[in-house]
Design a protein around this ligand. Structure first.
Ligand code: THU
Length: 144
């Protein structure tokens, strides 16, 4: 799959991220995030952000998606979608970039801004993991 910005292959990943975003628990920031990763068996793993009254206990959507995948036996990914509110697409935090690069050196990432009132996409930005996290610290530094 080419995975350029308008590739129709993004559609099921966007749908999964939008659906899981509706379950985000974000009473403090009210910033709902949904993420979905495409696994190498063709399946999708998704996650939302889950906040905590002790703020440091908060976990991002991207990490929940990766951990959901790993916990169900999937460690190879070929694409990632992150959905946030608009007007402009958000971007994965540094720690989520680091968690993604644990499993893939590079990955196309589609960042989607969602209009909650209208229930439609507002804008998208095509990025790559290597572009978002250049010169990453990777498992090869530690593992044989
Ligand atoms: N958040 C994510 O879920 N992903 C990111 O990459 C950026 C931030 C969440 C964490 C917190 O619940 C809220 O957005 C505001 O930081």
């Amino acid at each position: 799959m080419a995975f350029d910005e308008n590739d129709p292959a993004w559609a099921p990943l966007i749908a999964a991220a939008v659906a899981v975003r509706a379950r985000a628990y974000a009473p403090y920031s009210n910033y709902l995030v949904g993420a979905a990763v495409l696994c190498d068996d063709g399946s999708i793993a998704s996650g939302c952000n889950v906040e905590n009254a002790s703020y440091g206990g908060t976990i991002c959507a991207e990490r929940n998606a990766v951990w959901h995948a790993v916990a169900t036996g999937r460690r190879r990914f070929s694409a990632c979608v992150v959905v946030t509110r608009g007007p402009a697409p958000g971007a994965p935090c540094g720690m989520c970039r680091q968690v993604l690069v644990e499993f893939e050196a590079d990955l196309p990432i589609l960042l989607v801004a969602w209009d909650d009132a209208a229930g439609r996409e507002l804008a998208r930005r095509h990025a790559s993991l290597s572009g978002l996290l250049p010169e990453a610290f990777r498992p090869s530094a530690l593992l044989p």
